[in-house]
Design a protein around this ligand. Structure first.
Ligand SMILES: *Cc1c(COP(=O)(O)O)cnc(C)c1O
Length: 714
């Protein structure tokens, strides 16, 4: 499996950001030049925390795992760190008399939720709130609107922060902010401040684009320019005395966007240690400040520190940096003693998806399409067993912007997981669900005239594609019914953005099937001409699915609806393919050996005693059965599997949850060994099409029926 390069730029900047945060709390330049210190600590250093938020937003969105699960894991990890930090600072709280206040409980709650029990700890609740707000917004209303909403929150924050001087003059705003400040010390918190950076990070993760030196340089130049302008903004605000606090600037948003884009340019080795060290510096530097001050007191050198804040700063960096390195060393030892388990460890049976292959296939198909034609990735039925949201989000990253699902519920799931672009529902959706179609921005197929009428009658504006029946006799308005189609085009609530037909014999090389396909194409395009003749402006056109594309490549269309070939599988082993493309299987189906036993000559194996050993055999039991989607018809030697790089036949009848394999002659097999049912093991490979063919079916059925009990490993 090819691994993507890690984000070295982001890892490196974490250290810079931690140093900047420490600078904010020490003001190292204060003794030399007040304005210089303002620029460093009140303006430039303000990129640090947004950078951490953007990084979290970026990695929450990256990858194709379930977003809500990732969010839950992020929340748990952040809250744990928060708790540890609070406990770490308890002695300091005690020393500073934190617990002596009269209104202790409300103050404490306020601090835990917004301000932090020590000044820099506000970061943790803000990160959690920001992550939740941004993920829920993106999920609910899509990136664009989520960004607008987050910018609005930020604007509210601004007017209570750097621009407070303006709102204080307007009575309504003043009352509003008085109330806000009764609950939180600043608007620089998880509600007003963090979400926009999380959304921006997530958006960049989805739209990373290609890297180029020119791009990298222009992002850097843009960032510097914005930084200069933001400095001007900060100095102006200060000159007019408008700032209540100085965390938020208008220009901080473009500044962060450009900075982050620039950092993405640097890719290479993963720098996990930098990440850990920066985290430790962030958490412990206030403690280091106290420690250095106490040491100075011990030697009666306090005045030296006040006069030379830079010395204090350097000492604090040294101390907290050392703490970070120590932490890494301890973690390394711990990891050595507790090695990471392989992803499939503990799994009974699992599906491995190679996302690199999926992206490769998408690129090969896109490259092979005629100019102006785009890939519509068919991700129905759990993306043919590959996992629909993971597949669609991975394809999003390969630049795919059109998807097809079979049902409205599949479409909604894709949207909820943040899939971008058009989603066409290929199957029937009852008109009673029109509202949901609209709400989740799904495009509905019009199945026939009656369906069109029903959808129109709802009075809800819908985007639809019109299906045309050119001979398959499944869905669509018949090619003979031009008038009927014209009527649908004139419906007020149906916005027809596409028209398509489905070919039903493209994988056959029989002469009469080729002629049939050509007649389907002829009647469909004739039908379109007639529509044009009636003054209809034709919408987007699509005709081919996988085999249509492989065997009839030169059709003038706007989309190709590719399913099975996108997954790098052939339907069957000897289906007709006019041209070969370099496509790679993306899925492997694997299981584990549950038990190994000897069966002596004359003994039988499994239900119905369907297999009797003619000589002494070694039998391995694999923990997978027909309930996992492996066809029972492959029982009794019809199917085989790979184990230790060798082929071994299935013996006896396949059970619901297990199957028996004859491993005689393959030495050293024991419980826990991996069994490959589809995929590669050493030199040997089993293709989905082979398994399907032996079972009397096609890969499409085999893959889409893989059971929900399997674990999915990306
Ligand atoms: C399933 C389906 C496809 C995809 O078919 P493949 O042969 O897997 O590429 C395309 N169009 C329609 C209408 C479908 O139902």
């Amino acid at each position: 499996m090819k691994r993507e390069k890690a984000y070295t730029g982001i890892d490196g900047f974490r250290i810079a950001a931690a140093l900047l945060v420490a600078a904010i709390h020490i003001s190292p330049l204060a003794a030399w030049n007040e304005t210089g210190d303002f620029i460093l600590t009140r303006v430039a250093a303000r990129v640090a925390v947004p950078f951490f938020f953007m990084t979290s937003g970026f990695f929450l969105e990256k990858g194709t795992e379930n977003r809500m699960e990732k969010l839950a894991a992020f929340t748990k990890a952040t809250l744990r760190l928060y708790l540890i930090s609070m406990i770490f600072y308890l002695p300091l709280n005690l020393y500073m008399g934190y617990f002596n206040t009269k209104l202790f409980l409300p103050e404490f709650l306020k601090d835990v939720l917004f301000d932090g029990t020590l000044y820099h700890l506000w970061y943790f609740p803000a990160a959690v709130a920001g992550a939740w707000i941004s993920v829920l917004l993106i999920r609910r209303i899509g990136f664009k609107k989520a960004f607008i909403a987050a910018v609005c929150l930020y604007a509210v924050g601004l007017l209570g922060d750097s621009y407070y001087g303006l709102s204080a003059k307007i009575p309504v705003l003043k009352t509003f902010y008085d109330n806000v400040f009764a609950v939180a010390d600043y608007t620089r918190n998880g509600i007003f401040y963090a979400p926009v950076f999380f959304v921006m990070g997530a958006w960049i993760a989805e739209n990373e684009g290609r890297r180029s030196i020119r791009g990298g340089l222009s992002y850097f130049a843009g960032f510097l320019l914005m930084l200069v302008l933001m400095t001007a903004e900060g100095l102006l605000l200060r000159a007019f005395g408008l700032q209540r606090h100085d965390s938020m600037y208008i220009l901080l948003l473009p500044c962060m966007y450009l900075l982050f884009r620039w950092l993405l340019f640097f890719r290479g080795r993963r720098r996990e240690r930098l990440r850990d060290i920066s985290m430790v510096i962030y958490i412990v530097h206030p403690m280091a400040i106290v420690a250095v001050r106490m040491a100075a007191k011990l030697f009666s050198k306090q005045t030296y520190l006040t006069e030379h804040p830079m010395a204090l700063y350097l000492a604090v960096l040294l101390l907290s940096g050392l703490a970070g390195i120590l932490y890494c060393q301890v973690m390394r030892e711990w990891k050595k003693r507790h090695p990471m388990r392989s992803p499939s460890e503990g799994c009974r049976s699992w599906v491995e998806i190679d996302q690199g292959s999926l992206m490769h296939n998408a690129r090969v198909l896109q490259k092979d399409m005629p100019q102006g034609c785009r890939l519509m990735a068919v991700v129905k039925a759990g993306a043919y067993g590959h996992g629909d949201t993971a597949t669609a989000r991975c394809l999003n990253r390969a630049g795919v912007r059109a998807f097809a699902a079979a049902t409205i519920d599949e479409g909604i799931t894709l949207r909820k997981e943040g899939v971008q672009g058009e989603i066409l529902i290929l199957g029937y959706t009852p008109a009673s669900r029109a509202k949901e179609l609209r709400r989740w921005r799904l495009i509905q197929t019009v199945c026939d005239h009656e369906h069109a009428l029903a959808l129109e009658k709802t009075g809800i504006d819908l985007q639809v594609h019109l299906a045309v029946d050119s001979g398959m006799h499944r869905l669509g308005i018949s090619v003979d019914d031009v008038d009927c189609a014209v009527e649908v085009f004139q419906m007020k609530h149906l916005k027809i953005t596409g028209i398509f037909t489905h070919l039903c014999a493209t994988d056959s090389s029989r002469q009469q099937d080729i002629e049939f396909t050509e007649s389907q194409l002829g009647t469909f395009f004739g039908f379109l001409e007639k529509l044009s003749g009636q003054g209809i402006v034709l919408p987007k056109i699509h005709v081919q699915s996988s085999y249509g594309f492989l065997n009839y490549p030169d059709i003038d269309c706007d989309y190709v609806r590719a399913g099975i070939i996108l997954y790098g599988a052939d339907s069957g082993t000897d289906t007709w393919v006019r041209r070969k493309l370099d496509l790679r299987p993306a899925l492997a189906l694997k299981s584990t050996v549950a038990s190994v036993r000897k069966v002596y000559a004359g003994e039988s194996v499994g239900y119905g005693r369907a297999y009797t050993a003619s000589s002494d055999r070694d039998i391995a039991v694999a923990a997978i059965g027909y309930a996992d989607g492996y066809p029972r018809s492959l029982s009794c030697g019809k199917g085989s599997v790979l184990i230790k790089g060798r082929r071994a036949p299935i013996v006896g009848r396949i059970c619901m949850d297990q199957m028996m394999i004859d491993v005689t002659g393959i030495p050293g097999i024991s419980a826990g060994d991996t069994v490959t049912l589809i995929g590669r093991d050493g030199e040997e490979e089993i293709l989905a099409s082979e398994v399907a063919e032996q079972a009397g079916s096609i890969s499409n059925e085999l893959l889409s029926r893989l059971g929900s009990r399997l674990t999915y490993l990306p």
